[in-house]
Design a protein around this ligand. Structure first.
Ligand SMILES: Nc1ncnc2c1ncn2[C@@H]1O[C@H](COP(=O)(O)OP(=O)(O)OP(=O)(O)O)[C@@H](O)[C@H]1O
Ligand SMILES: [Mg+2]
Length: 267
């Protein structure tokens, strides 16, 4: 416990954070200036229409994208300060595993890169935790899309990162497995004191997993709602259903602000 407390995740502060891709008439304003602080050890869900800029926000927090304006600070430090030590982990929408390495090899690599001891028992325990026991030796090409996503989550969690950024990590996972992961994984990152951000298109998932839900408008992403989730709320209770309705309503408000967003409606 003492170790978890000492490794507690940082507060994340976005101040005037904005991103425009390209210049001139072809410029795409992806993120409008955003001012948000994410509390240390909190899990925040980001929801919003497809293409509104959620992944761009996450990539800026990870230090993978340079902001056009404003800043991201993790306990006052640049994102780069947490990289390399295995303190910041991100699972992308497309589960980017190394194709020539087994599941075990991919998960162990995260520990190696973080210069941590590679204990095979811990690696295999994490693989089992995401439901991939028996597939330790499989290569990514031999797995389904959802299995690859789960392997990517195991790779993220094995270093016990202080910051965990999940970009639609359960998109290709079936409902039952998703429900199991939703029930199992939060205990892990809560015990680790991780500061987490989760992009999801599932409002129920946001209500189930998050301490707080940020609803973004259509592009450029601007905050339309900032909603606290009571602890241990289940989406199945009347309170949970009311919150799902509130977030869904905020989402539709964000869409209504931008008549052009209708073209994303099919996604
Ligand atoms: N590297 C890039 N170069 C140019 N434009 C980009 C780049 N990355 C993203 N964009 C644009 O920025 C906007 C926001 O993209 P982003 O990927 O952040 O959306 P998103 O909210 O994650 O969408 P989705 O829910 O579909 O994943 C889009 O219009 C996209 O075309
Ligand atoms: Mg995205």
């Amino acid at each position: 416990m003492a170790e978890a407390a000492a490794r507690r995740g940082p507060a994340i502060t976005c101040a005037g954070l904005a991103k425009t891709f390209g210049t001139g008439p072809a410029a795409v304003e992806a993120v409008a200036p955003v001012d948000l602080t994410f509390g240390a050890g909190e899990m925040t869900a980001l929801v919003g229409p497809s293409g509104c800029g959620k992944s761009t926000v996450l990539r800026m927090v990870a230090g993978l994208e340079t902001p056009s304006a404003g800043s991201v600070k993790l306990d006052g430090a640049e994102p780069a300060a947490l990289q390399g030590a295995g303190d910041l982990a991100m699972a992308f929408q497309d589960a980017s595993l190394l194709p020539w390495r087994s599941v075990r090899g991919n998960v162990a690599l995260a520990l190696k890169l973080a210069r941590r001891p590679v204990e095979l028992a811990a690696v295999d325990a994490m693989i089992a935790r995401v439901g991939l026991a028996g597939f330790e030796g499989a290569r990514p090409a031999e797995l389904s899309g959802g299995m690859r996503q789960r392997a990517a989550i195991a790779r993220c969690l094995v270093t016990q990162p202080r910051v965990l950024l999940l970009d639609e990590p359960f998109g290709a996972v079936d409902e039952l497995t998703r429900a199991r992961l939703n029930a199992d994984l939060p205990a892990l990152w809560r015990a680790q004191g991780t500061t987490s951000m989760l992009v999801t298109h599932s409002v129920r998932e946001a209500v189930t997993l998050a301490d707080r839900i940020i609803v973004f408008s259509s592009r450029p992403a601007a905050v339309v709602a900032d909603i606290r989730v009571p602890p241990d709320l289940s989406a199945e209770t009347p309170e949970g259903r009311a919150l799902v309705a509130q977030v869904t309503e905020a989402l539709s408000q964000g869409w209504a602000d931008d008549p052009a967003s209708g073209r994303h409606a099919a996604q």
